[in-house]
Every structure is written in structure tokens, then in C-alpha cells.
Design a protein around this ligand. Structure first.
Ligand SMILES: [Zn+2]
Length: 241
């Protein structure tokens, strides 16, 4: 019965990736840093697509302000550890997905390289530059492709880093932008992180299947205020970070 459900689950993906693609996704392993508005969307779509193994890092407890954008948090979860709330949802979405939850944010993880061992790609869904720089450095150190996404209000962007081939986060932002210090309440409506997360998940699938992706070395940028979407070329300098 379980096998029948599994086959039916992915039948509409066969025209896109074939049975071989579905098998490949089942054997893939992805790290997701932060599982909020952006990362939770990525996780939702990766496990619905049949990615077999995830390692997901997110610290803290569910608070009411998460509920306007986080797909993996419900009102009844307020006060619970985030990873417990997320695990309930992901178990219900696709129990075949093997997910290791790490109840810490990336800057608090001491054995990061160990946790990232064996992953095919990493997903940078972090809101803070300290966290994004930490995963960027780890991805470059380990030679693992990284899909990076971020949003602010109605704006968002996604780009993919192929270590030693395309620009990295440090190439784009050598230092933390100064305006970041002045943000008091980070503006977010659920749709912006949702679009970023969906785009990142699609990038991740393409990377897992083909080893490259449309946004490797390019950036998809959008502004929902005027529904402006654009793909920008990033500098092709070989990264030395
Ligand atoms: Zn760089």
C-alpha cells in the first residue's frame, strides 16, 4: 500500500523529471537553515516533491508574529519549540521524508561541518547577515552549492552559488549593509517569503537533478508593489572567498 501511495504521489512529476528523477530526489540530502516564512516554504515543497533527506536548523519557540507567513506554524503551536511544531507538519505532509531537526540557529551550532556532512546542497533561508555569512563560508569550505534567498517587505531575491564558479554572498555583500542596523520591525507579508521559498525550492530541484540551475550566477529579483520581476546577471568573477 505504501508503495502504491508513493507512486501515485509523484505521477505528475514523471513528465518533468522521469522516474529516474524521482529516484534521484529520494536519495538526495538537503540542509535548510531556518524554517520560517522562506525556509518553511522550501521544506514544504521539497518534501512534497519527494526529496528524501533533509537536515533543518531553527532555534526558539513559536510566537504569534510568526503566523502571518510561516507555513509550518499554526496558532495552536504558539509557545512550542519551533522544531516540534515543524516536525508535526512535515510528518503529516510526507512521512517518507527523513528529516533531522536541529533546534538551533546556524550561528549557535558548533559542529556545523559535521551536520553538513554528506549534503548535496544547502538552502540559505536566514534573515540575519551573520547567519547568511556563516552558511556561505561553510558552503564554500565544503564545496557544496548554495541556494540563497532573502526578502524585505514586498521585495525579494534568489540566487545560487556554485563554489569556485560563481559569485558568492560575500561578493554581493562584502559587509553587512548599514541600513540593516536601523530596522526595528522587519516588514513581511506572507506572499514575499512564499515566492522566495517556491523559487528556491525549484532551484534546489534543478540543482539536485542536473548539478546546475537557471539562477546559478544569476539573481531573480522581484518587487510585489508593482509586480516587477527580473533576472539579473551577476558578475562572473571567480570567487576567492
Ligand atoms: Zn565570493
Amino acid at each position: 500500500m505504501a508503495e502504491i501511495v508513493t507512486e501515485e504521489r509523484y505521477v505528475r512529476q514523471i513528465p518533468i523529471m522521469g522516474v529516474e528523477g524521482i529516484q534521484k530526489l529520494k536519495q538526495s540530502r538537503v540542509f535548510v537553515g531556518r524554517c520560517g516564512g522562506v525556509g518553511g516554504t522550501v521544506i514544504n515543497y521539497l518534501i512534497r516533491s519527494g526529496v528524501g533527506h533533509l537536515v533543518c536548523a531553527h532555534g526558539g519557540k513559536i510566537v504569534p508574529e510568526y503566523l502571518n507567513r510561516m507555513q509550518l506554524a499554526y496558532e495552536s503551536d504558539v509557545g512550542r519549540p519551533c522544531v516540534d511544531a515543524f516536525k508535526d507538519k512535515t510528518d503529516a505532509i510526507n512521512p517518507a521524508a527523513k528529516i533531522t531537526y536541529v533546534p538551533q540557529n546556524i550561528t549557535e551550532i558548533e559542529n556545523l561541518d559535521e551536520i553538513l556532512g554528506g549534503v548535496d546542497i544547502v538552502i540559505d533561508a536566514h534573515p540575519l547577515f551573520e547567519e547568511r555569512y556563516a552558511l556561505n563560508a561553510a558552503a564554500l569550505r565544503l564545496g557544496v552549492p548554495m541556494v540563497s534567498g532573502a526578502m524585505y517587505g514586498d521585495e525579494g531575491y534568489v540566487f545560487t552559488i556554485i563554489p569556485r564558479k560563481t559569485a558568492c554572498l560575500r561578493c554581493l555583500y562584502p559587509e553587512r549593509p548599514k541600513f540593516w542596523n536601523d530596522i526595528k520591525v522587519f516588514p513581511a507579508l506572507g506572499m514575499g517569503p512564499g515566492i522566495v521559498g517556491c523559487t528556491m525550492a525549484r532551484e534546489a530541484i534543478e540543482l539536485l537533478l542536473k548539478g546546475t540551475s537557471p539562477l546559478s550566477g544569476r539573481m531573480m529579483h522581484f518587487d510585489l508593489t508593482d509586480m516587477d520581476f527580473a533576472v539579473l546577471e551577476m558578475p562572473k568573477t571567480t570567487c576567492n572567498h
